[in-house]
Every structure is written in structure tokens, then in C-alpha cells.
Design a protein around this ligand. Structure first.
Ligand SMILES: Cc1cc2nc3c(=O)[nH]c(=O)nc-3n(C[C@H](O)[C@H](O)[C@H](O)COP(=O)(O)O)c2cc1C
Length: 275
């Protein structure tokens, strides 16, 4: 399932507000989203002032919407979550071109994206719901996590890696070798990738996502993009936007950005920056 399909499912179930009135990404969008969440629904902002890319939020902040994303009853959500770590499923390897690589932006400009400044005291826009996909430099296992990113400029962001997080442990392994930690940030991936990002699990968290997706649906979740001669990054293939970067201490330095094409989605990259 990709995010577009899930948005349709949530709307059909009466679980989503379609906000068509233009909202300002600086503090207004965050306030309206908060109100939607308090009212028990997710939101899709069709018109964000200054941008032609919609924004969505609060999609998985209720058990009902999580059940919709998993295709199960609310009463089954707990068991599905438990099974995800007890019986992880390795996702298939993806062959050929991936949806997330339909458009490649060689010179990223985060200012072209409607990244909200959420709260009154936030000093800048923050990416709060991107799933950071990193690999253990020794074992190669994938870790999926949420790490807020404060936008510093066109291709720079600060990244919050709490000391006890797995991604921080990966960074501590690679940094003494004089290397940076490569990773990708999946924005708008399959909802199971979003769910797996919230797990604290010592194994491969792509396999958690694979288990949540289930054995009956064998859609591959990842492809690999060579980062350098001895390291590749895993891209969530269904994601609407994929940033690739490296962690240099607490700063994310962006490399190319991939997005899905505009043909079937209101989520589209600015035409002028694509190639
Ligand atoms: C919306 C959201 C935002 C989060 N932001 C951060 C963050 O900025 N920094 C951080 O270290 N953890 C953050 N977390 C927590 C972890 O990313 C997440 O719970 C994950 O399971 C990390 O576990 P790990 O140690 O296995 O990587 C956030 C979690 C959520 C759901």
C-alpha cells in the first residue's frame, strides 16, 4: 500500500479532514493539524501558502487508522504489533526502477518544500515525520526511526539523535573511522514503514515493516542505492519523497533527492527543480 491509497482509505472511512482553505506553513498549519488531531482525525492540506505541494499529518495517530492501514480490526492491532517483532518477515528485494526514483533532483533545495514551522517557539521549519532509514555499519541491519530535523538551509538540516537511539550507536561505530553515516529519509512511505519507525527493536526493522505488511502482500519495500564503494543506502521504494544524506555530527548534509512523479498525485515536486 502506498500513502496515496491509504489517504483514500482514511477519507472513505470518515477519518480524514480535507482542508481546502489555504493555510500558512508557518505556525498556522501546525495549529490546524493539532485541532484536527484533537477532533480525532487526520488531515490533508490541499493548499499551503507559497507552495504547490500538499501536506498531510496525523494519519496514524489513532488505533482505528492504524487498523485501516493494516487491513485488520482495531481489536487485532495489538496482536499484529506483537507478531511484527516475534515473526519478522524479510521484504523482497526490488528489481528494476523504483517508484520513489521517478524524479531525481540533483541539487536539493529544502526551501522549495512546504516544511512547516509547527509551534510558536520553533525557530525554523522541522521535518518531524520523515522515517530515517540507516544501516548498522557492521551487521548491515536496517534501523527505522523518527529524528526531527531542523532546516538550516537549502541542503542542510540539524538532526536530533538521542544518545540511546540505535542510529546514534551506528554513528558512533563509523565516526571514529573518519566517515559519515549515510541514510535516507522517507517522507510519505507505505504506512507500515511509518509504524516500523516507531519500534524499538534490536533486529532489522525493515523486517518489522515486512511483517506488518503481511505474508499475503509481498510488495517489496526497499531498493539499495550505492552510496560509496563499500556502503549502500536502502530507499523505501513507495515513498513520495526520499532524501539521501549523511550525518556529520548532528548535521544532515543532503545529497540527491528522489520523488515520485506528479502524474497520479497531488504530491508533486516543483517542475523547475527536477531533471
Ligand atoms: C513523531 C515522532 C518524532 C520523534 N522524534 C525523535 C527525535 O527527534 N529524536 C529522537 O532521538 N527520537 C525521536 N523519536 C523517537 C524514535 O525515533 C522512535 O521511537 C524509534 O523507535 C527510535 O528507536 P530506535 O532506538 O530503535 O532507533 C520520535 C518518535 C516519533 C513517533
Amino acid at each position: 500500500m502506498d500513502l496515496r491509497k491509504f489517504i483514500d482509505i482514511a477519507r472513505d472511512a470518515g477519518e480524514l479532514y480535507d482542508i481546502r482553505k489555504a493555510v500558512d506553513p508557518v505556525r498556522e498549519l501546525g495549529a490546524v493539524l493539532n485541532a484536527c488531531e484533537r477532533a480525532g482525525k487526520g488531515a490533508l492540506f490541499h493548499s499551503v501558502k507559497g507552495y504547490d505541494i500538499p501536506v498531510t499529518g496525523a494519519l496514524l495517530s489513532s488505533q482505528k487508522r492504524i487498523a485501516l492501514a493494516l487491513g485488520c480490526e482495531v481489536s487485532e492491532v495489538g496482536a499484529r504489533m506483537a507478531a511484527a517483532t516475534q515473526k519478522p518477515i524479510k521484504p523482497q528485494a526490488h528489481q528494476g526502477a523504483a517508484p520513489c526514483q521517478e524524479v531525481k533532483v540533483k541539487s536539493p533545495d529544502l526551501g522549495a518544500w512546504p516544511i512547516p514551522t509547527h509551534s510558536p517557539l520553533d525557530p525554523a521549519p522541522f521535518i518531524t515525520a520523515g522515517v530515517v532509514i540507516a544501516r548498522d555499519p557492521q551487521s548491515g541491519r536496517h534501523n527505522l526511526s523518527y529524528n526531527r530535523m531542523q532546516i538550516y538551509g537549502r541542503d542542510r538540516a540539524g538532526i536530533s539523535m538521542n544518545l540511546w537511539r540505535h542510529i546514534k550507536a551506528f554513528f558512533d561505530k563509523i565516526e571514529p573511522q573518519g566517515k559519515n553515516l549515510p541514510f535516507c529519509v522517507a517522507i510519505g512511505p507505505d504506512p507500515v514503514v511509518m509504524m516500523a519507525g516507531a519500534f524499538r527493536y534490536d533486529g532489522d526493522e525493515y523486517e518489522v515493516a515486512g511483517s506488518l505488511r503481511g505474508v499475503t502482500e509481498t510488495l517489496p519495500l526497499a531498493i539499495y542505492s550505492q552510496f560509496d564503494q563499500d556502503f549502500d543506502v536502502a530507499l523505501a521504494i513507495g515513498a513520495l519523497f526520499v532524501l539521501v544524506g549523511v550525518a556529520i555530527l548532528l548535521v544532515l548534509k543532503l545529497l540527491p533527492v528522489w520523488t515520485r512523479s506528479s502524474s497520479t498525485s497531488p504530491f508533486r515536486p516543483a517542475a523547475s527543480t527536477s531533471s
